[in-house]
Design a binder for this molecule. Structure first.
Ligand code: CA
Length: 474
């Protein structure tokens, strides 16, 4: 391998929450192949996205910048494919690069993947069965329908490319699953799983949203209540009260969610086997992550968007035997804008000055720099989006606390809907209230904490160049 630079296999699924991975202690499923990555390397316990929604998170990962900088603030703002991304920089430095699977940053000549030697991506969300892909080609690519199940096909495309890649170069392969995104449609092989089982319910399935900002009760992301027949694969006009509806729909929803994950796990296993068989395991950085977390009935919800833990947290496990001790765990704060600088660092390249993230390579070796970040900045822009109705908010999370400001204003963002709400604050003490059920913003005992967090929030906004909402005053 030239200069000993590692290969990079970046595996990203869509909406896979870490509490549905056994290496993160899942109570509801087993993921033996994903666990192989964690057992052979490191698990990050405090990896967060800076905007919990597909398109913006993907742009942050590729560019190493926050969404107010890369311009991809909502699902309706597609990425300008002239932006600098880590695959482009790696390719310029001699890497063979490719992406297969979910892209979701737009289509056509201005938004299709760039910086890759080869690619094939799903248009938009794509389909689970017999999906169309857009293959690398002129004018934004060439569409072609592929027969079969999407998770298998994406894996086949990756294995095929690995087999025919230029072996004189290290590779960087982005292996992006559609699963387990809504509408959670399993393949035949896994459709029988959990048939005669009851999946354990989360502690907060019957949350009534008391003691929270009004945004929580306003969200239209409740299990059962805001699901449709496509989500539940049956008629949902049942004569149930809301608690009964949540209980019944949770079982239907979570089983399909876990079934599509079982296929992801199987397929990741196929690729790990390939690396072993080809003698590539030692010199390949393998990552498994997801573009954000997901509510698995937590707070009575499915979906994401909120800055609450299950949505904010990204699973992030990696294996790189040359630098990372097997079975290690790290609890430092890392965000999705830090990924690109890490990859460049491992390839021996400096991160461009306009990348806002920082390489966390020292963390992989068990060394946390004294000046490592102690907080992270979050912003969800897509106010009252259809149909989820989550209010626009920003906030800061530290190791112990989380401060959220629902400014609740569309600010003219594409995909956001009109109708401002009165701004509200939420403060959670995650040590005392891990489930985020009690907003202590107005509690006099937390006045000093709230003041300090607000100062930290505004410091981060100034440092990152984001605009504070005019009504957010000290
Ligand atoms: Ca997603």
């Amino acid at each position: 391998m030239p200069e000993g630079r590692p290969n990079i296999l970046f595996i990203m699924s869509d909406d896979h929450a870490s509490h549905a991975m056994s290496c993160y202690g899942s109570r509801i499923n087993r993921t033996p192949n994903l666990d192989r990555i964690a057992e052979g390397g490191m698990r990050l316990d405090n990896c967060f996205c800076t905007n919990s929604i597909c398109t913006p998170s993907r742009a942050a990962i590729l560019t190493g910048t926050h969404n107010h900088v890369n311009g991809v603030t909502t699902l309706a703002t597609h990425m300008d494919n002239r932006l600098t991304t880590f695959p482009k920089l790696l390719r310029d430095a001699g890497y063979a690069t490719a992406i297969f699977g979910k892209w979701h940053l737009g289509t056509g000549p201005e938004h299709c993947p760039t910086g890759f030697d080869d690619w094939a991506v799903l248009p938009g969300q794509g389909l689970y069965h017999n999906p169309q892909f857009i293959f690398d080609g002129p004018d934004g690519g060439t569409p072609r329908v592929m027969r079969g199940y999407v998770t298998d096909i994406i894996t086949d495309l990756c294995l095929d490319w690995l087999g025919r890649r230029d072996r004189s170069k290290p590779f960087c392969l982005l292996y992006h699953h559609k699963a387990p995104h809504r509408h959670w449609e399993p393949d035949e092989k896994h459709a029988h799983l959990y048939l005669n089982e009851e999946i354990p319910e989360p502690d907060t399935l019957y949350d009534d949203y008391a003691n929270r900002a009004s945004a929580a009760a306003a969200a239209k992301t409740r299990v059962g209540v805001h699901m449709n027949e496509r989500d539940l694969k049956c008629d949902i006009s049942r004569n149930l009260d809301e608690s009964e509806l949540r209980k019944w729909a949770y079982q239907r929803y979570i089983k399909d969610y876990l079934r599509v994950i079982a296929s992801v796990d199987d397929n990741v296993g196929r690729v790990l086997d390939y690396l072993d068989a080809e003698g590539l395991t030692d010199n390949t950085l393998v990552i498994y992550t997801s573009d954000q977390g997901f509510f698995l009935g937590d707070h009575g919800w499915f979906d994401k968007r909120f800055m609450y833990e299950q949505s904010l947290r990204m699973p992030f496990i990696l294996r790189y035997p040359r630098e990372v001790a097997a079975g290690s765990v790290n609890g430092d704060i890392v965000t999705n804008v830090d990924f690109a600088p890490l990859f460049l660092d491992l390839a021996g390249l400096p991160a461009p000055a306009d990348m806002q993230g920082r390489s966390f390579r020292p963390l992989l070796g068990g060394r946390t720099p004294d000046d490592w970040q102690q907080s992270m900045y979050y912003r969800y822009w897509m106010h009252k989006d259809n149909p989820h109705n989550v209010y626009a908010h920003y906030g800061v999370r530290t190791r112990r606390y989380k401060l959220i400001y629902y400014y609740a204003d569309p600010l003219g963002q594409p995909g956001a809907n009109a109708g401002c709400e009165e701004p509200e604050w939420e403060l959670f003490d995650l040590e005392a209230d891990r489930d985020e059920m009690r907003n202590v913003y107005a509690d006099p005992a937390y006045a000093a904490v709230a003041r300090d967090l607000k100062r930290e929030l505004h410091r981060l906004q100034a440092e990152l160049g984001d605009q504070r909402y005019p009504r957010d005053v000290d």
